[in-house]
Design a protein around this ligand. Structure first.
Ligand code: GAL
Length: 782
């Protein structure tokens, strides 16, 4: 892990506040074992790792907390949150009834529990923590562990119970959770979930608001309508508690991104985007839903339930107590809208939606009718500087390269090829070095010799006798490959140096912890002569190893590094491997979040004032296929690739730099470029709402906001059956008679927010046919 800093912790209060404003009453978090116990029995709860401070911040906002200790957490987090030193403990078998593992797991879990108790943070002590979690989705993999799996989960339950926290423990995705553990659900929909114990409340620990991204993969999107549908249906069908995963996914700073190949961004299409800004309409549409559900708390909690099946996947549910009742009308049909007649009144329920009537008379919410603006964000150049032209770059090659490339000098050596995890994962990089003596009499000596390396990923750079040969890396989901390249050997001694780089260790799957990493071998020299092939296996040679890079070891990304003076300002090399680049800049003005545009670079690591902003890899293009040109249809079951975007673009071009990473005056950006790239296009940008598209169905209010800026112009406004999407609206077959554009201009331009009622009394009669739900649609420039 990179050194923790105070910086990210500074973002917590604002994010938690926004979650509260979004109508949430609890914050769920994982606990990351590898962050807190980076070395065995050496703990880190400082800065960003200050778990107590996090829970206190949640408490200070008046919210509950759910503590998912795990300590296996998955989470697209490096190695699922396990410290890699665990893997190297003799005799260990992870997530299994194995004494070595259980001892470590119990040690860490009780440490966390004790810390919480000491600060009185459990609800049983008057604190905010209402639930705690042990293990994570073990039920998904238990069958691969045989009988030991069952013994392990029983042990987890009794160990957790013995910690006596005074609030319930949950085990998500664990069908046979032993009592008193509560089995909970994770997924896109959990309305059909039934816990194994009839006394267990129906709890949804992970409602996936979108999905994560891999290098080479696309940007998953999930519509606001579909997430709202899933939530409303869950509560219609007796749900007690649901948690968004993610509500804010943020950024995998440092080397925290999991694997294989999880990107630095963990935006997740969550209601709060990677930068902490509102992802509209998702944030607002769900906020309205939360507020309505909470207004029905009494009927939902204590009411008697009656359900009616109207046929064709249409269900009505009434919760009533005393003289009050609340109704849900749900239509799970994918294509046909429904009319529900309840107590003599007809209610239209669109396909794949739920209507909520808190008093069983007036529909106040339908999951498919969005009365919230859509935001389109824009990126602006850094107003404090004229970037990228003003950025003056200096550079230096990686330190002491000749030691590995020419001398093959490592820190340890052994007679075999090792898994990269032996290094305890202190770096992405491991050098594998060996030498080979051949003379011209050797049977392998031909004019057609190659080196062949079996690798299990992720990235391999090969050098022979100090000369770069070639590189290869796993692409598009194939994580084992064979590297083969022609070589010219010298008679006598030849130095073979292979640099392996990992891009996040496996974090999910049965026995994910023993998935190989680095160079698996064999490594062979192949000589071909006519139809004869001679193979020399180097796997059992003496191999020397060096972990990491000298530049990383010496932290040359910090301005106080002893190498800080040794940078060149002339002859800036472009597309040169293993090169360090440095520049200074002024922080962008204002308060808007900041992104670093890494266009032109290959792959590597980046730091702003010594804070790691994560791995970058803009040269890796997302796959070409799988994006639709049509707007995403919210109807029908969601799956992670249903509404993908970003085909054929860099997987990740922009990287979040938290404002708190900056300082007044001069700031420093340092890059370690592994593949070779061109830094001259790199620049800082700020993000803000560029276009806001207001939307309101008839007789609802259309609220429009440029979020802290005045509305500068209205580009489109119409009340009727508007077609298209934000950015490309056009009038439909019918529209109110009055001039909608000037009405909205008068009401909104120059203001930060405005509210206009979507009604015929404002916009005039719209001659729409009966089956059309009229909407006011506005497109504003911010
Ligand atoms: C779940 C897991 C989470 C996360 C999620 C996908 O299976 O519990 O930790 O990995 O999938 O984002």
């Amino acid at each position: 892990m990179d050194e923790p800093s105070q910086s990210m912790a500074n973002m917590w209060p604002d994010l938690i506040k926004k979650a509260k404003d979004g109508g949430l009453n609890a914050i769920e978090t994982y606990v990351f074992w590898n962050a807190h116990e980076p070395l065995r029995r050496q703990y880190d709860f400082s800065g960003n790792n200050d778990l107590i401070r996090f829970i206190q911040t949640v408490k200070d906002e008046g919210l509950y907390a759910i503590l998912r200790i795990g300590p296996y957490v998955c989470a697209e987090w490096n190695y699922g949150g396990f410290p890699v030193w665990l893997h190297n403990m003799p005799g260990i078998e992870m997530r299994s009834a194995n004494n070595v593992f259980m001892n470590e797991m119990q040690n860490f879990t009780s440490l966390i529990v004790d810390m919480m108790k000491k600060e009185s943070l459990f609800a049983s002590q008057g604190g905010p923590i209402i639930l705690a979690q042990i293990e994570n989705e073990y039920g998904n993999v238990i069958s691969s562990y045989g009988d030991v799996g069952k013994a392990y989960i029983n042990w987890c339950a009794s160990m957790a119970k013995s910690l006596d926290i005074g609030v319930p423990w949950i085990m998500c995705q664990e069908d046979d959770a032993p009592e008193p553990m509560l089995n909970t659900c994770n997924g896109y929909y959990c309305d059909q979930f039934t816990p194994n114990n009839p006394k267990t409340p129906k709890i949804w620990t992970e409602n996936w608001t979108g999905w994560f991204k891999n290098w080479g993969g696309l940007d998953p999107k999930r519509t606001a309508e579909d997430v709202a549908f899933a939530v409303a249906r869950f509560y219609q069908n007796g749900g007690s508690l649901q948690n968004y995963y993610m509500y804010h996914g943020g950024t995998n700073f440092g080397r925290t991104a999991g694997g294989p190949y999880i990107t630095t961004t963990y935006d997740y299409d969550a209601p709060l985007n990677e930068y902490g800004s509102l992802n509209q309409p998702k944030y607002g549409h769900l906020t309205q839903l939360h507020n309505i559900l909470r207004s029905m708390e009494r009927t939902l909690t204590y009411g008697n339930v009656t359900s009616t099946d109207y046929g064709n996947s249409v269900f009505g549910t009434v919760y009533s107590i005393d003289n009050t009742s609340s109704c849900f009308f749900g239509n799970a049909n994918v294509t046909s809208d429904a009319t529900v007649n309840y107590q003599g009144v007809d209610y239209n329920v669109p396909a794949w939606s739920v209507s909520i009537l808190p008093d069983c008379k007036t529909e106040v919410y339908n999951t498919a009718r969005v009365n919230i603006q859509t935001n389109l964000m824009v990126k602006e150049s850094n107003q404090a500087e004229d970037e990228p032209a003003s950025l003056k770059w200096s550079w230096r090659p990686e330190i002491n390269l000749e030691q590995t490339l020419v001398q093959g000098k490592g820190q340890v050596s052994t007679g075999m090829i090792v898994d990269q995890k032996v290094t305890n994962d202190v770096s992405d990089y491991l050098w594998y070095m060996t030498s080979l003596n051949v003379d011209k009499d050797d049977p392998i000596w031909t004019d057609d010799m190659s080196i062949r390396v079996n690798a299990t990923g992720h990235i391999l750079h090969a050098y022979v006798n100090g000369e770069y040969l070639d590189s290869q890396w796993a692409t598009y989901g194939i994580f084992n490959y064979v590297f083969e390249k022609k070589v010219k050997l010298n008679p006598g001694k030849n130095q073979i140096t292979l640099l392996s780089a990992t891009v996040g260790l496996q974090n999910y799957g049965p026995k994910f912890d023993v998935v190989q990493s680095g160079i698996s071998g064999p490594v062979e020299i192949i000589g071909r002569k006519g139809d004869e092939t001679i193979i020399k296996d180097l796997s059992l040679h003496k191999w020397s190893y060096k972990t990491g890079l000298h530049g990383l070891d010496n932290k040359i990304y910090n301005s106080d590094s002893k190498f800080s003076a040794q940078w060149n300002s002339d002859n800036l090399p472009l597309n040169k491997m293993l090169t360090w680049y440095k520049t200074t800049f002024k922080a962008p003005l204002g308060e808007d979040p900041v992104a670093l545009d890494m266009q032109g670079l290959g792959k590597g690591l980046a730091w702003v004032n010594g804070n790691s902003i994560g791995r970058y890899w803009p040269s890796y293009m997302a796959q070409e296929d799988g994006c639709s040109t049509e707007a995403c249809d919210y109807r029908g079951s969601y799956y992670s690739s249903k509404c993908d975007t970003n085909c054929g673009q860099p997987t990740q071009r922009w990287y979040h730099v938290p404002r708190s990473f900056f300082q007044d005056g001069v700031n420093e950006l340092v890059l370690f470029e592994e593949f070779g790239g061109n830094p001259t296009l790199v620049n800082f940008q700020t993000l803000r709402v560029g276009t806001a598209c207001g939307s309101a169905y008839e007789n609802k209010d259309m609220e429009l906001s440029c979020q802290g800026r005045p509305i500068s112009a209205i580009k489109f406004a119409s009340f009727g059956d508007v077609q298209g999407t934000c950015g490309s609206y056009h009038k439909g077959t019918c529209a109110g008679q009055n001039d909608a554009l000037s009405i909205i201009q008068n009401a909104c331009v120059g203001k930060e927010t405005c509210t206009v009622s979507a009604s015929e009394s404002t916009f005039g009669v719209a001659d729409c046919t009966e089956d059309i739900s009229k909407r006011l649609i506005v497109e504003a420039a911010c």
